[in-house]
Design a protein around this ligand. Structure first.
Ligand code: NAP
Length: 285
């Protein structure tokens, strides 16, 4: 992708360790180019012990903001001057805006996941969800679904204590289930949406031993996998083979980026204008 760089371009970046795999520079530069926003977005490796030094440099160099990936989503919180209530509840930020030398943190993963579902045609309001996994991504999904009015989010995870912590984020909506084939099948039978937020099925990671619980899903239930590499996991392929609408992790990736750019630039970024540009870039890269 060619970008036009001006001498007045405002600077943005993504920090992480590691970070060179990040799609954020590709997405953000493409959106800025398409919308005529005068920004340049870089990939910035930062070691955790150098976070304080990076923040001093970002302020000094006049950065407008940055996104954060592992391991900075939680580590950044003590450094912030202001924190969005959703990010505070989650204890994690992925977007930081710098204004007058002050750092303001947001989390666009929660609303990004809900926007991805709605754009695909699924409205979580009043729906019953079975959420597999209890890591950082599962927390954002649970909180996003809770805020969007899901009737019930049942969290199942290999490590039960972590499932309980995720369910506790949304009192009155969150509950837990055991991590075994029988329990998953019983829960799947009563849900409108099942979400894989574990790393099982991701390239280079482990895989589900048994996906038979998907056979218990009621007709019309949706299947969502946060993974986008590969684009079609065994979980998603099995759900589709059983006739369920299926959504992979790419819409979450694009919608959290759209919402982050809205925070950075203070403008509305219409998904219908940028998604058709971003999707081919992601499937080609
Ligand atoms: P994480 O914090 O490391 O959590 C990993 C989760 O997977 C935990 O629930 C863990 O269970 C579970 N898990 C790992 N190995 C397992 C195994 N062998 N058997 C059963 N469960 C296992 O990771 P994360 O940041 O939440 O990310 C989770 C997935 O979401 C990743 O595949 C990531 O690529 C994807 N993701 C996608 C997007 C997107 O934009 N589409 C954004 C963020 C993440 P324990 O708690 O028992 O360890």
């Amino acid at each position: 992708m060619n970008i036009t760089l001006t001498n007045t371009a405002q600077k943005l970046c993504v920090i992480g360790d590691p970070v060179t795999h990040s799609k954020s520079p590709l997405l953000q530069n493409a959106m800025c180019q398409a919308l005529g926003l005068d920004y340049v977005y870089l990939c910035q490796p930062v070691k955790p012990e150098r976070l304080g030094a990076f923040l001093v440099a970002a302020r000094e160099l006049g950065y407008a903001g940055f996104n954060a990936t592992m391991p900075f989503k939680e580590l950044l919180i003590p450094y912030l001057d202001g924190l969005d209530p959703l990010a505070e509840k989650l204890g994690a930020v992925n977007t930081v805006c710098i204004k007058d030398g002050k750092l303001y943190g947001y989390n666009t993963d929660c609303p990004g996941y809900v926007a991805a579902l709605r754009t695909g045609g699924f409205d979580p309001a009043g729906k019953r969800v079975l959420l597999l996994g209890a890591g950082g991504a599962a927390k954002a999904v649970a909180l996003g679904l809770g805020e969007a009015g899901a009737a019930c989010v049942t969290v199942a995870n290999r490590t039960a204590a972590r499932a309980q912590a995720v369910a506790d984020l949304i009192p009155g909506q969150g509950r837990t289930a055991a991590w075994n084939a029988e329990a998953l099948a019983a829960e799947a039978a009563g849900c409108d949406l099942i979400v894989n937020a574990t790393s099982l099925g991701m390239a280079g990671q482990g895989a589900f031993d048994d996906l038979s619980f998907l056979e218990a899903l009621p007709r019309g239930a949706w299947v969502s996998d946060l993974i986008y590499h590969p684009a079609r996991t065994a979980f998603l392929a099995q759900g589709e083979a059983l006739g369920h609408p299926a959504v992979n992790g790419l819409p979450l990736l694009t919608h959290q980026a759209i919402l982050a750019l809205e925070k950075f630039a203070g403008v509305e970024v219409p998904p219908e204008k940028v998604v058709p540009i971003l999707e081919p870039l992601l499937t080609q890269s």
